[in-house]
Design a protein around this ligand. Structure first.
Ligand SMILES: NC(=O)c1ccc[n+]([C@@H]2O[C@H](COP(=O)([O-])OP(=O)(O)OC[C@H]3O[C@@H](n4cnc5c(N)ncnc54)[C@H](O)[C@@H]3O)[C@@H](O)[C@H]2O)c1
Ligand SMILES: O=C(O)C[C@H](O)C(=O)O
Ligand SMILES: [Mg+2]
Length: 604
């Protein structure tokens, strides 16, 4: 029960938090001298003030001038911009992107405070470098780019010892883990241990967008082998040179890792990322009721897509109640495509109350074409979306995308196939003829080369009136006469940071469908009618902290409503339940880490 004493105590603890956020909190460290300079979590380079140099044994280990944080920031940006200027004419864009990644990565390795400040302040420019699409290139070239390890690399060879190995991680506390087995990295396939770039990039986004403390995040690679023969034969490949574990052997390895993690950090949240479909679904089913985890490719993607699909209905000038009437063709029946359709069906059921007909307007294709009830060996997860061939005249199992677009005349074409260019000229022209007053194209596969079509192709062939979104960033398209074709980035980066942060700050024991739904609805409602009319479905990434604060708060509130919130730190579930919507957003904001140099105090 909520009591007056608790109420007063919570108000007091709030005011204590307020004061402590004004005066920078000291960071208690055990290191001294050169060890500090070599620790990117606490290093300030030439920014150490003289008093700290004296106290921490740093005098004469640095040149005598103290350079302020602002000066360090300006110097970094200047060298970054000059690299940009000097390479702008180079035709090899991947060479330039990797050069930019290298310069950012060097800073990341040396001074995390400065790194995260430049990342947060320049997120629109830097997200495509440290995250999608350049991160894909980094994974593909990882053995050549590797300089220093980041995160943990558990392998099948550590089986039986993971419980002790987990204590090799130097930080006492971990809030958020992003875990991959490298088996489906973006649309690039099995990249084995080189897929570690993905958890690193996702966690960079967690710090930038959600304000997680970089000392409390952990990227993890679970190396269970690779089925990529080129990698196995590559003498410079950094992972186990053996085929992937399968079946029980695979599952017991993941089980052991999870047990080790939860033994050391029982409240850590685990985000599963870029697992091949069979393990993505299997692990989600296995763990989601047991601890606080989610699969970003299935669940984060679904929320972002649903927000975009609801935005599309608004952009078409229709009422949201019309969503169940949207004809949506999803190309790709993998973890992402099925995740999107499942969430879309849940939304229809909530609107209509009718589960039986909820999937009627949704059509699903895989590499063998349209999926109908006649399909042999259909994956059980795809069964609810298999169509009755008689539903529309002439519809047959295995129909090509072009045939489906011509017969179905969809309002939305959504690609999560991982195959670049499948929305070809003919398909886009057929969509133009669909009769929809404003057709939408979501070319969501990553990285850029794997997008189902480019923004230019979409506006050129499907018409200037379309709504367009892609998983990787494209520039807006100039349509002539001052008209602009707006490009949206339909990427799960708009949701996973808020889902993770909301789960953390509510102390959720599990992540429920309602929490995910709340996140998607929050994102969907973020946009004004004016933006939506122009075809802008998602906010600018420049507002990612604000978006994440609101998404995080909606997740906290849903966790409380569902009674899965166990509280965070000194904030108990009753206090969370007492907060208004605005107070919850404020609570989330207050708990976001922001990069500033803290005074360092050595613990004797
Ligand atoms: N934008 C985002 O936020 C986001 C999120 C998750 C995944 N993705 C991207 O989606 C893609 C797929 O991811 P996934 O996890 O679902 O992969 P997956 O391997 O589980 O599924 C791929 C699916 O595409 C189908 N497919 C392959 N070729 C096809 C073709 N020519 N026509 C129609 N279907 C075809 C396959 O049969 C399979 O069903 C990847 O490129 C990934 O980067 C994007
Ligand atoms: O990593 C991304 O950019 C989105 C998504 O998780 C993917 O796998 O493509
Ligand atoms: Mg992913």
């Amino acid at each position: 029960m909520w009591s007056l004493t608790k109420f007063v105590a919570s108000r007091l603890s709030r005011s204590r938090r307020f004061f402590s956020s004004v005066i920078p909190r000291p960071c208690i460290i055990q290191k001294r001298g050169a060890d500090i300079l070599h620790d990117p979590w606490i290093n300030k380079d030439t920014g150490f003030p003289l008093t700290e140099r004296n106290r921490l044994g740093l005098r004469v280990l640095l040149p005598p001038r103290v350079i302020s944080f602002e000066q360090q920031y300006a110097r970094f940006m200047e060298s970054y911009r000059s690299l940009e200027k000097n390479t702008v004419s180079e035709s090899d864009t991947s060479h330039v992107a990797l050069a930019k990644w290298r310069i950012l990565n060097r800073l990341h390795d040396r001074n995390e405070t400065l790194y995260f400040r430049v990342l947060i302040d320049n997120i629109k420019d830097f997200a495509p470098i440290i995250y999608t699409p350049t991160v894909g290139l980094v994974c593909q070239n990882y053995s050549g780019l590797f300089r220093r390890p980041r995160g943990m690399y558990f392998s099948a060879k550590d089986k039986g010892e993971m419980m002790s190995m987990i204590y090799n991680w130097p930080a006492q506390m971990v809030d958020m883990i992003v875990l991959t087995d490298g088996s489906r990295i973006l649309g690039l396939g099995d990249l084995g241990v080189h897929g570690i770039g993905i958890p690193i990039g996702k966690l960079d986004m967690y710090v930038a967008a959600a304000g997680l403390n970089p000392q409390r995040i952990l990227p993890v690679m679970l190396d269970v082998g690779t089925n990529n023969l080129k990698l196995i034969e590559d003498p410079l490949y950094l992972g186990l040179r053996q085929p992937r574990l399968e079946g029980e052997e695979y599952l017991s390895t993941i089980d052991e890792f999870i047990e080790a993690v939860l033994t050391r950090w029982p409240k850590a949240i685990v985000q599963f990322e870029d697992f091949q479909m069979k393990w993505a679904f299997e692990t989600l089913k296995r763990y989601r009721e047991r601890f606080c985890m989610f699969n970003d490719d299935i669940q984060g993607t679904a929320g972002v897509a649903l927000a975009g699909l609801l935005g599309t209905v608004r952009a078409q000038g229709r009422s949201l109640d019309d969503f169940p009437n949207q004809k949506i063709v999803v190309v790709g029946a993998g973890s992402a495509g099925l995740g999107v359709l499942s969430m879309a069906v849940q939304a229809v059921v909530r609107m209509t109350g009718n589960a039986e007909t909820a999937a009627q307007k949704f059509f699903l294709l895989d590499k063998d074409g349209l999926i109908t009830k006649e399909r042999k060996n259909l994956d059980p997860a795809a069964v609810p979306f298999a169509k009755d061939p008689g539903l529309i005249a002439g519809l047959r199992d295995g129909d090509s995308l072009l045939e489906v677009v011509k017969k179905v005349k969809p309002d939305v074409l959504l690609g999560l196939s991982g195959v670049g260019g499948v929305f070809n000229e003919e398909v886009l022209k057929a969509l133009r003829e669909s009769g929809s007053n404003r057709p939408a194209i979501f070319a969501m596969s990553n990285p850029t080369m794997n997008a189902e079509c480019t923004a230019v192709e979409a506006f050129k062939h499907a018409g200037e009136n379309i709504v367009f979104a892609s998983g990787s960033p494209f520039e807006n398209v100039q349509l002539g006469n001052g008209k602009v074709g707006y490009v949206n980035q339909a990427n799960n980066m708009y949701l996973f940071p808020g889902i993770g942060l909301g789960a953390l700050l509510s102390g959720a024991c599990i992540i429920t469908d309602d929490m995910l739904q709340a996140a998607a609805e929050c994102l969907a409602s973020y946009m004004t009618d004016q933006d939506i009319e122009k075809g802008i479905l998602y906010p600018s990434i420049n507002s990612i902290r604000d978006i994440t604060a609101k998404v995080g708060a909606s997740v906290v509130r849903a966790a409380v409503a569902e009674e899965v919130a166990e509280g965070y730190g000194k904030v108990d579930p009753e206090e969370l339940a007492y907060m208004s919507k605005e107070e919850t957003v404020e609570y989330v904001r207050r708990n976001m880490w922001y990069p500033n140099y803290s005074p360092l105090v050595q613990k004797k």
